[in-house]
Design a protein around this ligand. Structure first.
Ligand code: SF4
Ligand code: SF4
Length: 115
């Protein structure tokens, strides 16, 4: 990630407090090869789990620290599940998505420039 773009995410975090984050149970650290802390996940179906807090009326992932729109970090960054790795995957190189701006608008944050 380039430094300027990384800073955008570190000063945003809106996607971690806007959308449900669901992933396959095989990503849990309780499973062979998994890494996502099971203690931060709730079971959704027989095969799917979600990050705690992301399905609340006012969603906010339990692993998100800091204040959205100011300064945030992910407490399980290296162990985050695949949807987190895939969402805004190019934000680090300054390429943002409509979904970024949908999340940001939920928090009253201005849109980022799109391609
Ligand atoms: S909404 Fe986009 S810019 Fe904001 S933290 Fe998520 S990926 Fe980064
Ligand atoms: S695990 Fe980290 S990157 Fe994923 S939603 Fe939670 S705070 Fe955001």
């Amino acid at each position: 990630m380039s430094k300027p773009a990384l800073n955008v995410c570190q000063q945003c975090g809106a996607c971690c407090a806007a959308f449900r984050v669901t992933f396959h149970y095989s990503e849990l650290d309780s499973e062979p090869g998994g890494c996502v802390p099971a203690g931060l996940a709730d079971q959704e179906t027989a095969t799917l789990y979600r990050l705690r807090g992301t399905d609340y009326a006012n969603p906010r992932c339990a692993a998100l620290t800091g204040k959205v729109g100011e300064s945030v970090s992910c407490a399980i960054y290296k162990e985050r599940p695949s949807p987190c790795r895939e969402f805004g995957a190019r934000a680090g190189i300054g390429v943002f998505e409509e979904a970024c701006n949908r999340a940001r608008s939920r928090h009253g944050l201005p849109p980022l420039p799109l391609d």
